[in-house]
Design a protein around this ligand. Structure first.
Ligand code: HEM
Length: 501
């Protein structure tokens, strides 16, 4: 983030002119050349090729000296200098809230200057997402915001690029093919049934913790043949630390090694040591199908194998746990949707636990999950850096810019989602006229979530298995705030009363 410090200039009172408070001005702002077109005017937004018409200028203090910075402004947004710096300050504290505020103030495409002549673009229309993630995906790499995560996940699928990413993806993808993942269904149901039977009737439990434990158990057993449920509480805390570090690290310069992060965030060390230990245990274990495949491929070095195992363990349980927690919170708030869900589960399953081929016969159950992921997408933002200049559905993007296409904003764009804040699973029943990229909980293009099919199967089976016998009710008077870091999840414990149906 640029180091911009405000200064104040005031005029001395002369003669007998009545005392008037002179407006305080930022000195560089008085010298700023305004855009030829006002950035917030509708004219500006409808101009045929606005970026050709006028660059925007900003002056700020960078690297100790005052410099004039030019930004090719193609869409509305805060001005370079203090105004942009204030937004960056907000973003560091509350990224999701600030993205929402920027979109409300400036519209579906927002440009926020940062650093030396670079810009961040916040794009929240389906055609933006389609262009960046699919149509011209070759022009985009994972954004610099993934840099702190990369320090820990290294060459794992989530954070690698280029030939390394292609090699890993070719290895891992076959394990997640539809015909393969149905074989994990019995394990998913067995783990869920085991967990649910241990829940004492009528007692308040932390649902977030219980569901994290369950998803870690499923991923550990199904993919790696390891029992990890007992590690869930510590893993949860380690992940909290990792996510916080990833958020803070985005705003630190030169974060390229663990040591650099530990110096600034010593509290991180314990958590990372725990995750490393867990990966070590998994790698040394006898393995599930995925681990065997990764080991036997001969295509991965030892370090790459560890990076991949850690990536799949983390990406594969935290996201599903968050979406399950949000789903139960919503069901507790919307009893009619819950009754319909229980009715469907009772009718289709007739008193037994579900199997993989029941999933197609549980449309309302799947719609409930899809709607929960619309309102609370665990991967709430997707970010890329542009390699070359581009034109994203009318927004001119200079090379080196960073772009965010946040599912959180796309999923709440009122143009495509009437009553965007309402929980209405019926939106997902039957065909829809919506553009394909108005909904992208699993991303899109070549970097689409490799575990999407696994996650949907797991979540549907879990929800049906739990709802067949149990109900979860949010403790009276509880509100559940979210925390958006790498994932968007409940900010703390989610106390819910478990009762047998
Ligand atoms: C509800 C659950 C899940 C959600 C919402 C989710 C969401 C996402 C999204 C949006 C991406 C794309 C990120 C980007 O383009 O920058 C992604 C990537 C990925 N996800 Fe998931 N995910 C879920 C579950 C899983 C599961 C169960 C696994 C594995 C067991 C998994 C493994 C991965 C991996 C390895 C990547 C990186 C893929 C690549 O870049 O090639 N995810 N996920």
């Amino acid at each position: 983030m640029p180091n911009v410090s405000p200064a104040v200039s005031g005029g001395r009172r002369t003669g007998t002119t009545p005392r008037r408070r002179s407006p305080r001005r930022w000195p560089w702002r008085t010298r700023t050349t305004p855009c030829a077109l006002p950035t917030r005017s509708p004219l500006w937004l409808t101009s045929a090729e606005p970026w050709q018409a006028s660059p925007a200028y900003g002056v700020g203090i960078y690297g100790g000296g005052m410099r004039l910075l030019t930004y090719q402004r193609s869409v509305a947004g805060p001005r370079a200098g203090v105004e942009a710096a204030q937004w960056w300050g907000r973003m560091a504290r509350d990224p999701l809230g600030t993205y929402g505020a920027l979109a409300r103030r400036y519209g579906d495409a927002v440009q926020v200057p940062f650093g030396m002549r670079r810009s961040f673009f916040l794009l929240s229309r389906p055609e933006h997402a389609e262009h960046v993630l699919v149509a011209n995906q070759a022009n985009y790499v994972k954004a610099f915001t993934y840099r702190p995560l990369r320090v820990f996940l290294g060459d794992g699928l989530l954070t690698s690029e280029g030939e390394t990413w292609r090699r890993h993806r070719r290895l891992v993808q076959p394990v997640f093919a539809q015909r393969h993942i149905v074989a994990y269904a019995p394990q998913m149901v067995e783990s869920t049934r085991g967990a649910v039977e241990r829940w004492p009737d009528g007692v308040l439990l932390d649902a977030a913790e219980q569901l994290r434990r369950l998803t870690l158990d499923v991923v550990g057993r199904a993919l790696f043949g390891s029992e990890l449920a007992g590690e869930a509480a510590r893993t949860g805390r380690s992940l909290e630390a990792l996510q916080r570090a990833a958020k803070i690290g985005t705003f630190l310069p030169r974060v390229a090694a663990r040591r650099g992060l530990y110096t600034r965030m010593p509290w991180l060390k314990d958590g990372i040591a725990h995750l490393d230990g867990m990966v070590e245990t998994v790698v040394k274990g006898s393995g599930g199908e995925l681990l065997d495949l990764l080991k036997e491929s001969g295509g991965l070095s030892e370090d790459e194998l560890r990076d991949e195992v850690l990536t799949l363990l983390l990406a594969g349980h935290e996201t599903t746990a968050a979406s399950m927690a949000w789903t139960f919170v919503l069901l507790s708030r919307y009893p009619a949707a819950r009754e319909r869900l229980e009715g469907e589960v009772d009718e289709v399953l007739g008193g037994r636990d579900p199997q993989a081929d029941d999933v197609d016969r549980l449309p309302w159950t799947r719609a409930v999950l899809s709607e929960a992921m619309r309102l609370y997408p665990p991967a709430w933002t997707i970010e890329r850096d542009a390699v070359e200049d581009d034109d994203v559905a009318g927004v001119r993007i200079p090379a080196g810019s960073t772009l965010a296409v946040p599912p959180y904003l796309l999923h709440r764009n009122a143009e495509f989602w009437p009553n965007p804040e309402g929980f209405q699973p019926e939106r997902f029943m039957g065909e829809s006229e919506r553009p394909r990229y108005a909904y992208l909980p699993f991303g899109g293009g070549k970097r689409i979530c490799v575990g999407a099919g696994f996650a949907m199967l797991e979540a549907t089976l879990m929800l049906a298995t739990i709802s067949r016998t149990h109900r979860l009710d949010l403790a009276p008077g509880m509100t559940v705030p979210g925390r958006a870091e790498v994932t968007y999840r409940p900010a703390g414990p989610v106390p819910m009363r478990v009762s047998r149906r």
